[in-house]
Each structure stands twice: as structure tokens, then as C-alpha cells.
Design a protein around this ligand. Structure first.
Ligand SMILES: *Cc1c(COP(=O)(O)O)cnc(C)c1O
Length: 400
């Protein structure tokens, strides 16, 4: 079949809830993907950072196949021999006390929301149904009704009401606004350390540390959504490390499985998680042996191959080289580790058109908003591959 035939099938039979670049991929290895015609591309999205370990990593693949031959799903009605070791390894790596495994990122966010609400009622003493959670403008935490209830993106919300109450918005990177919004009914502050979908928005240094102090002062649970920033993407295991803080609840997903399988988790640093009693929350697939085996291998690869250090080093080089490009159309270049964005002046726009041109140069990147392109390749990337991305960007800028 031709690419346009595959695209036709998607358009005819699939819901139109995405507008992908028109490239039909059929194979991946490391930072590289191939389309059905055999064209090769350097993947600079890495499935929104779910493929930090690179496409089809052989060790994760082995772990998946081996486990699939033995046992895939027991449900949590029974125990399995992968769950305990998965918990232990994850807790040791992240310095956490407790883990609650789920599947998608949005489910883990929902889990954190439920947990802090219950904590508010049973521990903090918030009156029934009065719990408030503070979130930030331009957040992205997923797509469920409750999560889009506190989105400020009209595209994500319009037509989906009625919405879940109990959320309050404050500007991102404004600690004073956070403190002013807190009432005696505030149970949590939920924030991304770096806003990925908003366009790699990095708060000024000290913001998260201040948020940590404010949360402590008012007995408010700090929840960091590290689904995108976590697991090496920013050059640290967790982005919170840049500010030397620890969240009470940390949400991870995406790269937790190296892209093989949906695995997410809420990590608890304090005893917040203890409020959940048997039967109050769960998931048929959450914590299944296949997910745990895949995730254990994905975490091992992250450390064995020093991908976090590589993310830091290659990211620093990439950002440094990008900043040498002088082009009046570029408003800002920013990033941390291998989470990098080029923002064009709003009147330039056309980020999508640049992505299409980058595709012609063998680089797949994704526009976010009209004027921002994000570059987030798998963390296995090598210096010469970073140079290839840079060459493609320069080529596209020169030719347009
Ligand atoms: C991707 C993402 C989510 C949602 O994860 P899904 O697996 O798509 O449900 C939540 N928060 C952040 C920061 C994300 O990047």
C-alpha cells in the first residue's frame, strides 16, 4: 500500500481527533524511524517523551517477550511476582515511599487528584466536598473530563461540559499568586515543573522551591506532574532535582515503559497515599506483570546506558548550537536537557509549515501552538545525530 492509502484509511475509518504529519511509519530503531516507503527520519518527538530509551530498545523488547510468554495479566485480585520488585526498584530510584501503578498518564493524574481529595477530608479536616486543588494557566495534564475541567485551552474544553468543580487557576511561575489562592480548603497544588505542551515553558529559578515552601506553610500537598519532564528528559531523573526539592506526590508515565506499553504511576514521598483503602481505587491493568516487567527493564536501561547524563550533555550542546543561529524570525530558544523549543515571533507563525519542511530534511518534530517547535529526541541520541538535526534546522531556515 502507498502512504496515501494508509492515510485514506485513517481518515475514512478513524475519529479525527488528531492532525498528524503525513508520514506513515512502519519501523523504528534508536532515534530513527522509517516510513512505509523506506525513507528514514530522525525522531525529534519521541512520542512526546515516551520513547526516551529509543525505539524498540532490544533489552526492553526482550523483557516484554519473555514476560509475555509467562504471564501477562492477573488483575490486582491476585498478586504477581513482578509487582513487588517493580515497586521496590522504583522507590529506590526515586527516593519514594509508595507507588500506585496505573496505565495512562491521565489516569495517574486522576489518581493523584482522588488521593489528595481524600487526604484533605480525612487528614487535613476539609469539610465534605469542599476540597480545592490549585493548578496553573496553560497546564496540560491529560484529556479526561475532570482534567480538561481545569484546562485553559479552549480547544481541549469547548463542547465537553459540564465540568468537574474544585479547581482554581493561578498563573504559572507566580508564587505570590499561588499563596494568595490558598484557602483552608486547599488540598493540593498540581503543576508541571516545565510546561511541555504549552511550549517548553521553563519557570524562573526558585519558583518550585518557593512553591514547596508555600505548600509546607499551608499544609498543602505538592503534586508534580513529571509525566513528560521525568525519567531523564531534562537531564535529571526528575526535573524537580534542578531546584533541590521533593514533591509529595510525583506523577510519571510515558518513558516509564520506554514506549512499549502504557505504564504510569503516582509516587508518594509522604504518607499521603496511606489514605487509600482497599476497594477505593484501582485499575484492571494497573500493575500487571507485563507492565511491571517492561517498566523494570525500561528503568534499568535508563541507568545502565547513562541516558540521563547523555540527555544533559547532548541537550547542553544542542541548545548552545541552536543559540548561535541568528535569525530575526526567532523570538526565543529555550530548553533543559533534551526538552528544547524554538519559538518564532507570533507574526511569523507557521510552525507547522517548518515541521513539514523539516520532514523533507529527514527530521520529525512537532509544532505546539502556531509559533513553537519542540525538539525532544530519544535520549540515546549521539553528538553526530544532534548535528544532523542542527543541519536540518539551518537548511530549513535558510530556504524559507
Ligand atoms: C502526556 C502528558 C499527560 C497525559 O498522559 P497520557 O498518557 O496521554 O494520558 C499528562 N501530563 C503531562 C505533563 C503530559 O505530558
Amino acid at each position: 500500500m502507498q502512504q496515501r492509502e494508509f492515510i485514506g484509511l485513517e481518515d475514512q475509518f478513524g475519529a479525527h481527533n488528531y492532525k498528524p504529519l503525513d508520514v506513515v511509519l512502519s519501523r523504528g530503531e534508536g532515534v530513527w524511524v522509517w516510513d512505509v516507503d523506506g525513507n528514514k527520519y530522525l525522531d525529534c518527538l519521541a512520542a512526546y517523551s515516551a520513547v526516551n530509551q529509543g525505539h524498540c530498545h532490544p533489552e526492553i523488547m526482550q523483557a516484554m517477550v519473555k514476560q509475555a510468554e509467562k504471564l501477562t495479566l492477573t488483575s490486582r485480585a491476585f498478586r504477581n511476582d513482578q509487582l513487588g520488585p517493580f515497586y521496590k526498584e522504583l522507590c529506590e530510584l526515586t527516593n519514594s515511599h509508595k507507588v500506585l501503578p496505573m496505565n495512562s498518564g491521565a489516569e495517574a493524574v486522576e489518581t493523584a487528584i482522588k488521593t489528595v481529595r481524600k487526604w484533605g477530608y480525612t487528614v487535613k479536616g476539609v469539610p465534605q466536598d469542599k476540597a480545592e486543588i490549585i493548578v496553573c494557566d496553560d497546564n496540560f495534564h491529560g484529556r479526561t473530563i475532570s482534567i480538561v475541567s481545569f484546562s485553559t485551552d479552549e480547544n481541549a474544553r469547548a463542547g465537553f461540559g459540564p465540568f468537574t468543580p474544585g479547581f482554581k487557576l493561578v498563573p504559572f511561575d507566580d508564587a505570590a499568586a499561588l499563596e494568595a489562592a490558598i484557602t483552608e480548603n486547599t488540598v493540593a497544588f498540581l503543576v508541571e515543573p516545565i510546561q511541555g505542551e504549552a511550549g517548553v515553558m521553563i519557570p524562573p529559578e526558585g519558583y518550585l522551591k518557593e512553591a514547596r515552601t508555600i505548600c509546607d506553610r499551608h499544609n498543602v500537598v505538592l503534586i508534580l506532574d513529571e509525566i513528560q519532564t521525568g525519567l531523564g528528559r531534562t537531564g535529571k531523573l526528575l526535573a524537580e532535582e534542578y531546584e533541590g526539592i521533593e514533591a509529595d506526590l510525583t506523577i510519571i508515565g510515558k518513558a516509564l515503559s520506554g514506549g512499549f506499553y502504557p505504564v504510569s504511576a503516582v509516587l508518594s514521598n509522604t504518607e499521603v497515599m496511606d489514605v487509600l483503602q482497599p476497594g477505593e481505587h484501582g485499575s484492571t491493568f494497573g500493575g500487571n506483570p507485563l507492565a511491571c516487567a517492561v517498566s523494570r527493564a525500561a528503568l534499568k536501561v535508563l541507568f545502565d546506558e547513562k541516558l540521563i547524563e547523555n540527555s544533559y550533555e547532548q541537550g547542553k550542546y544542542f541548545l548552545g548550537e541552536l543559540r548561535k543561529i541568528s535569525d530575526p524570525r526567532i523570538k526565543e530558544i529555550r530548553g533543559r536537557g533534551l526538552m528544547v523549543a524554538i519559538e518564532f515571533h507570533p507574526e511569523v507563525g507557521g510552525a507547522r509549515a517548518y515541521c513539514n519542511k523539516l520532514k523533507e530534511q529527514g527530521v520529525l518534530a512537532k509544532d505546539t501552538h502556531e509559533n513553537i517547535i519542540r525538539f525532544a529526541p530519544p535520549l540515546v541520541i549521539k553528538r553526530e545525530e544532534v548535528d544532523q538535526i542542527l543541519a536540518a534546522i539551518k537548511q530549513v531556515l535558510a530556504a524559507s
